[in-house]
Design a protein around this ligand. Structure first.
Ligand code: ADP
Ligand code: ADP
Length: 224
């Protein structure tokens, strides 16, 4: 069974009197362990799709299932739980809390995911894989962009999400740091089987995925 099933998904934003159609009927199946790139011009609906998959926004109509759970039918409370436990989100601008250390950011996400007690050895190993284990006592501003993004990836994975959604994860990074972050994503996918969806504008980044989905004007118009 697919781990993500999207069928005829529509989203209309209402801004005062104006209706902005962002998704005009998107259907997409993602199998467990896939690494899928999502590309397309600005305004084509990529972020809206991710926000719905991530429980940050609700659809206007259509079906969205993650791991068998129907997102269109759940309450706000259940949506919050889903956001904190089943989905890991990585953003272009990292979105780390500046007053907490890197470890503090990770621990807070873990706490909100309902996980307490000592960190699992497998997660400590992951921090080493990410190359940030010696940087965790620093606050975000003392870290490079690439380090901040790898902390954000650790934070996104601390509750063992079903899917990792990465919205332009290399958009703020230079080539060297982009390659580090992309190599980490590939490693998480191939060694741990982490299912990943990634929005990118960069064709070299998109090539890290097993397949690429092309969006335009709120629709999927191609795949390769
Ligand atoms: P992309 O990620 O491909 O750039 P978006 O999903 O951000 O596309 O946007 C799709 C369309 O929806 C655009 O026309 C955008 O202006 C509009 N849009 C996105 N978010 C909102 C919002 N919160 N309120 C109103 N319109 C929005
Ligand atoms: P980025 O390119 O860094 O993802 P965007 O400018 O596309 O940032 O969007 C930032 C936020 O603003 C997103 O949460 C998006 O949903 C929202 N947004 C995008 N377009 C509009 C719009 N036309 N009106 C209101 N909010 C929007």
């Amino acid at each position: 069974d697919p781990i993500i099933r999207v069928k005829d998904l529509k989203k209309i934003y209402r801004v005062g009197e104006i209706e902005v159609p962002a998704l005009r009927g998107v259907s997409l199946d993602i199998q467990p362990g896939e690494f899928v790139s999502v590309v397309g011009p600005s305004g084509s609906g990529k972020s809206t799709l991710f926000h719905i998959l991530g429980g940050l926004a609700s659809p206007t109509s259509g079906l969205v299932k993650i791991d068998g759970e129907d997102l269109s039918a759940i309450t706000d409370r259940e949506r919050t739980r889903l956001r904190r436990t089943k989905v890991g989100f990585v953003f272009q601008r990292y979105n780390l809390l500046p007053t907490l250390t890197a470890m503090g950011n990770i621990e807070m996400a873990r706490y909100f995911g309902g996980n307490t007690g000592p960190l699992e050895q497998s997660f400590i190993d992951l921090l080493k894989t990410l190359g940030i284990h010696s940087r965790l006592h620093h606050k975000p501003r003392a870290l490079s962009g690439g380090e901040q993004q790898r902390v954000a990836i650790a934070r996104a994975l601390v509750n063992h999400p079903t899917i990792l959604l990465a919205d332009e994860p290399t958009g703020n990074l230079d080539t060297e740091n982009s390659v580090k972050v992309l190599d980490v994503l590939r490693d998480l996918n191939s060694r741990l089987g982490q299912t990943i969806l990634m929005i990118t504008h960069n064709p070299e980044a998109a090539a890290y995925g097993h397949r690429t989905v092309l969006m335009r004007d709120g629709r999927i118009v191609g795949e390769n």
